[in-house]
Design a protein around this ligand. Structure first.
Ligand code: PGA
Length: 311
């Protein structure tokens, strides 16, 4: 049987109006086109749906039974259309612990503009992000350096400078203020850094290695919040992403030291697996992130003390 939805919809209107002419007016079709569609429908079904009574056409008794089925089908179709119109779309995003702050801000803004999109966000460290990418798990990952071994599509979103921080009461902060400090002057001091598996930690170790210095951390913590608390408490120096310390800098609980070859210039990237099929709303999210990142970048740039910004 080659019954089409179009034929069923026309049938409903003809049955209701009992006239090809009125049905064609309502459907914005020509009268011969309507009667041809009904003839084809009758042929497809092998039944007579209408009877002529003089100038009028009336629905036959088999036509009445067909109409019940037709109405059920159109009802189902309507419910499918409603579902598609109101469905919640989901985007899955995983972000590096250090990106937590700006990612949640961006997602909140995107969600306000797209209230029907449900966002599943996982905040975790770099090591877990790499595993998730291997498994094609999230739509997007927001991370520092994308892993080289995987087939990825990666776009730079914005700068992610790492800075050396100290409590203003730390001896080196008191002695040197914003004056220049050499890397080998601080390398042996107690440092509070992120846990094994963190991208920030890996970047710090590589940076010191490139300067032929061995960096040994004294304390390891799995969140930037804990590191900041520890540094404020005077446990040691820290190296963190600039955008994580805005409030502490404003409150003068922390200061950035003017260490040679710092800030360590890094970037945040929006990463997805090559070949992963992204939904329309995921593509919209991608566009939104790329467009809005520059204003976030500027707001973080502005918190860098001018003595260090202009060095
Ligand atoms: P992390 O990652 O939060 O695991 O340190 C950040 C980064 O890769 O820059």
């Amino acid at each position: 049987m080659n019954i089409t939805l179009k034929q069923l919809k026309i049938f409903e209107v003809v049955a209701e109006t009992q006239s090809y002419t009125r049905a064609s007016e309502r459907l914005n079709m020509t009268q011969p086109a309507v009667s041809m569609q009904m003839r084809q429908l009758e042929e497809n079904m092998g039944v007579s749906l209408f009877e002529r009574q003089g100038k009028k056409i009336v629905i036959s008794s088999i036509g009445k039974q067909v109409r019940e089925h037709e109405r059920n089908i159109l009802k189902q179709l309507q419910s499918l259309e409603n579902f598609l119109q109101n469905k919640e779309e989901q985007i899955t995003i995983s972000a590096a612990t250090t990106a937590n702050h700006f990612v949640t801000h961006m997602i909140s803004k995107f969600s306000n503009l797209n209230p029907k999109v449900n966002i599943k966000l996982d905040i975790t460290n770099r090591e877990t992000l790499v595993t998730q990418l291997q498994n094609y798990a999230p739509d997007f990952v927001i991370m520092g350096e994308p892993p080289k071994k995987l087939d990825l599509v990666s776009q730079k979103i914005m700068e992610n400078p790492l800075v050396v921080i100290a409590s203003p009461d730390h001896p080196i902060a008191k002695e040197r203020g914003f004056n220049k400090i050499l890397m080998n002057e601080i390398v042996e001091m107690p440092f509070v850094v992120r846990e094994e598996g963190s991208g920030t930690r890996a970047a710090i170790h590589t940076h010191f290695e490139q300067h032929e210095l061995e960096f040994v951390s004294s304390y390891e913590m799995s969140s930037n919040e804990s590191i900041k608390h520890a540094v404020v408490a005077g446990l040691g120096l820290g190296i963190v992403a600039l955008h994580t310390i805005k409030l502490e800098l404003e409150a003068k609980k922390l200061m950035i030291l003017n260490v040679e070859d710092f800030p360590l210039e890094r970037y945040w990237n929006l990463v997805s697996r090559k070949g992963k099929r992204l939904s329309t709303c995921a593509l919209e999210f991608q566009k939104f992130i790329l467009e809005s990142a520059s204003s976030y970048q500027q707001s973080y740039r502005d918190i860098m003390p001018k003595e260090i910004r202009n060095k």
